[in-house]
Design a protein around this ligand. Structure first.
Ligand code: AMP
Length: 302
């Protein structure tokens, strides 16, 4: 089953203790599409400026990402600059220049309106809601957000949470959103708004899946070298939802497997700057890493 993703497309400037990259392709929808398209067809809706080279997305088109929903507007593409110190879990945003993104009003092409899986990547929460108004009874909807929107437009973030099936959020953002230091309490308060599941992303410490009756914690894949954590969250979401969309049904077992698929894809993303590793990543490599996850999380029967 196919997935519709609506999110940002960007030029990113990234600095980590291990290197620097300027003016590279980024954005939440791009990372998500690169990851999810390893599993299932993806339809992408985003906006770029006239400064974005038209061949920037060739690698997505080659993977059957439908780019008819990509809008090109006069002006500059959204630009984000970020820095990470040795604690790669903490992102320091240096610049957020919305540019053409400031007036972005996502228009969902008529032929995308019946897409069964919908991912609302990190964009203005009111725009996420407008996407939900344009799709017809999707099977599963999922949203992501970030501290930028939680601090500037918390009510709208909450409103979007009330409308989706799954919320994906960073640990620090969950605490910020719920006003508590307890991640468990924060996840419960988000579940109380209506979603069936909350995914709390904990960077190098992994991901926790909370549902009404279940709790599942997955570690991150152990890596000695992380080049650039940008896009880990979006590519996690892409692997998670990509697997679910290709699974026979969404249930407690497939949700858990989806967490592992997402974690495996994200572990590749962070091994190179930007989307470079995702460009060459194969489904087989992901499957191999999932099997490793299985090996190092087994502890027999009690
Ligand atoms: P993450 O998976 O959280 O590391 O997402 C990284 C991507 O989010 C980068 O490629 C940025 O271009 C994009 N981004 C950063 N700030 C924003 C924002 N305020 N709205 C939408 N996308 C953003």
């Amino acid at each position: 089953m196919s997935i519709l993703v609506v999110g940002s497309a960007a030029f990113d400037d990234i600095e980590t203790p291990f290197g620097k990259a300027e003016h590279i392709l980024g954005g939440s929808s791009i990372y998500f599409a690169a990851a999810a398209s390893l599993f299932t067809p993806v339809r992408l809706v985003a906006v770029v400026g006239s400064d974005m080279p038209s061949n920037a997305y060739d690698f997505l088109a080659e993977r059957d990402v439908d780019l008819r929903g990509l809008q090109v507007e006069d002006g500059k593409t959204f630009h984000w600059a970020g820095r990470y110190d040795y604690d790669l879990n903490e992102t320091h945003t240096l610049a957020t220049d919305l540019n053409v993104f400031a007036t972005f009003a996502p228009t969902i092409p008529a032929e995308y309106a019946d897409t069964p899986f919908v991912f609302l990547a990190n964009i203005q929460p009111t725009l996420q809601q407008s996407v939900l108004q344009q799709v017809r009874s999707p099977k599963l909807t999922m949203m992501d957000s970030m501290n930028f929107w939680i601090t500037t437009d918390r009510n709208s973030v909450e409103q979007t949470m009330r409308l989706v099936d799954v919320v994906s959020i960073n640990e620090s953002e969950a605490r910020l959103f719920a006003g508590t230091s307890s991640v468990l309490r924060a996840a419960r308060s988000i579940l109380g708004l209506g979603p069936r599941a909350v995914l709390v992303k904990r960077g190098e410490y992994g991901v926790v899946l909370f549902t009404e009756g279940d709790y599942f914690a997955a570690p991150a894949y152990p890596l000695e070298e992380v080049s650039d954590p940008t896009g880990a969250g979006d590519s996690f979401a892409g692997g998670f939802m990509g697997y679910l969309a290709s699974a026979p049904e969404v249930n407690a077992a497939t949700l858990r497997r989806a967490v592992i698929y997402g974690s495996a894809v994200a572990s590749f993303t962070v091994q190179a700057f930007g989307v470079e590793r995702l460009k060459t990543l194969s489904r087989m490599e992901v499957e191999d890493r999932c099997r490793e996850f299985q090996r190092f999380t087994q502890f027999g029967e009690f």
